[in-house]
Design a protein around this ligand. Structure first.
Ligand SMILES: [Zn+2]
Length: 437
């Protein structure tokens, strides 16, 4: 497909996601939005573009899923009713230790299918087998910030020393070669699972290549209490004390934080990756996102892996996030609709390392289109309200990433869905049989 002319009933435009254009159109050339406005105005500029007529649809900036473990699609539904430590030790890690790089590749392809169908243009990942994930994402044609996991005992490289050597070589070779759609960061699993000397070497690598450190922080109360005992500080104070916060930190969860930690976050280059549904399901708690936003701390929203959520859709995640913050703050005025959308789109792109001005001229052409056909879209008193509180990921009909249609009229343009689903079902069955399930 070459340049595009998209016609929609509504467009949520502007870098603040608060301008609604009725009967609008967007022109895309290469990977940029070059015009957006009322259809009759934009049409005058039109010359030789492929036309997407979506006149019973709404166009919005594409979602970014800011925290995933993509091949975990294979683990979907294997354990729904345990707390984080039992869930990890007895279910997730035993399954993952049996995964091959090819299994991870297919799991990542299934993740890409799911993201695309939910209108998600990119994701921030932390997992082993990063090269298999890269291969899948390259085929899918979406964005990713891949942060290879560092922790003891991975199926890819075994113990911590070997894992760290492998990750250091991989990240060094990838980070100096910046790509349009796929970039690398580094993913120490958590302060409780990676020793200090290794964290310090990770910091040096992040500084050398100016790449972010993607790490789980302050997810559950027990983890915070154990950090105080074993590391002498709460997790965020600890990583600050050893100098990690001199680099860009993508901190997944940050559910239980103190005033002192929030001060550290505010003063550092720190983005909270908020995963409300995973935190609820694992009974970890509710992160005080409204406080972070008040303090000017960057926040983006993710789903976490499929083993703990169990889907990658961002519409439902953002609805949950908005409702939880209203409850936590005991104030329905927090999480205003346009800001909720920004958390899942423009702020996600920022966390990914790409500047987006949403659907605006000279912004990157990542656009999600949803059908207004379902009854839950009517009446259309406020299309943005309908998007946040009554729509669903299954309304998505099209996804444009970097100017290219990867999903058009609910048809995948880049991936073979049937083959991927079949392959993933047999991999999951094989591993669960080995585990004796
Ligand atoms: Zn996670």
């Amino acid at each position: 497909m070459s340049d595009l002319f998209i016609e929609c009933k509504y467009i949520i435009a502007g870098s603040d996601c608060n301008t609604i254009i009725r009967d609008g159109a967007i022109i895309i050339e290469n990977n940029q939005i070059v015009a957006v406005g009322k259809t009759e105005e934009v049409k005058k500029l039109l010359a030789g573009h492929d036309k997407l007529e979506r006149t019973n649809h709404i166009a919005i900036p594409s979602y970014i899923n800011a925290h995933t473990h993509l091949p975990e699609t294979l683990l979907r539904g294997i354990c729904d009713n345990e707390k984080l430590d039992t869930w990890l030790n007895d279910f997730i890690w035993p399954f993952e230790m049996r995964m091959s790089s090819e299994d991870a590749y297919y799991g990542a392809l299934l993740g890409c299918l799911e993201l695309i169908e939910a209108g998600v243009a990119g994701f921030i990942d932390q997992y082993f087998y990063a090269e298999s994930i890269e291969k899948a994402v390259t085929e899918a044609g979406i964005r990713a910030l891949l942060c290879p996991s560092v922790f003891d005992n991975t199926p890819e490289s075994g113990n911590l020393d070997n894992t760290w050597k492998h990750v250091r070589n991989l990240v060094s070779s990838k980070a100096s070669n910046k790509n349009n759609l796929i970039n690398y960061g580094i993913g120490p699993h958590a302060p409780y699972s990676v020793p200090e000397d290794c964290l310090l070497e990770i910091k040096d690598l992040a500084a050398k290549y100016s790449i972010p450190i993607h790490i789980h922080l302050n997810e559950i109360v027990k983890e915070v209490e154990e950090a105080k005992e074993k590391l002498g500080d709460t997790p965020i104070e600890y990583i600050h004390k050893i100098g990690l916060t001199e680099e860009k930190i993508l901190g997944a969860h940050c559910v239980h934080t103190t005033d002192r930690e929030r001060e550290i976050m505010r003063k550092s280059n720190f983005t909270v990756l908020h995963n409300p549904q995973s935190n609820l399901k694992m009974t970890s708690g509710i992160a005080p996102i409204y406080k972070y936003l008040d303090l000017g701390i960057d926040v983006a929203v993710g789903t976490d892996g499929n083993a703990s959520n169990n889907d990658l859709g961002m519409i439902e995640e953002l609805t949950t996030s908005a409702m939880l913050q209203k409850y936590l703050a005991n104030n329905p005025k927090v999480m205003e609709n346009a800001n909720v959308l920004k958390l899942g789109t423009i702020y996600g792109m920022k966390a990914l390392g790409t500047e987006s001005k949403g659907i605006s001229e000279n912004s990157i052409a990542d656009i999600t289109i949803l059908s207004l056909e379902k009854s839950h879209w009517w009446p259309q008193n406020d299309p943005l309200s309908n998007l946040i509180y009554s729509s669903s990921s299954s309304d998505v009909t099209d996804l444009i990433v970097n100017g290219k249609g990867v999903y058009l009229n609910k048809e995948h343009q880049s991936l073979d869905k049937e083959r991927i689903i079949e392959k993933c079902s047999s991999i999951a069955h094989k591993i669960l049989t080995e585990m004796g399930n």
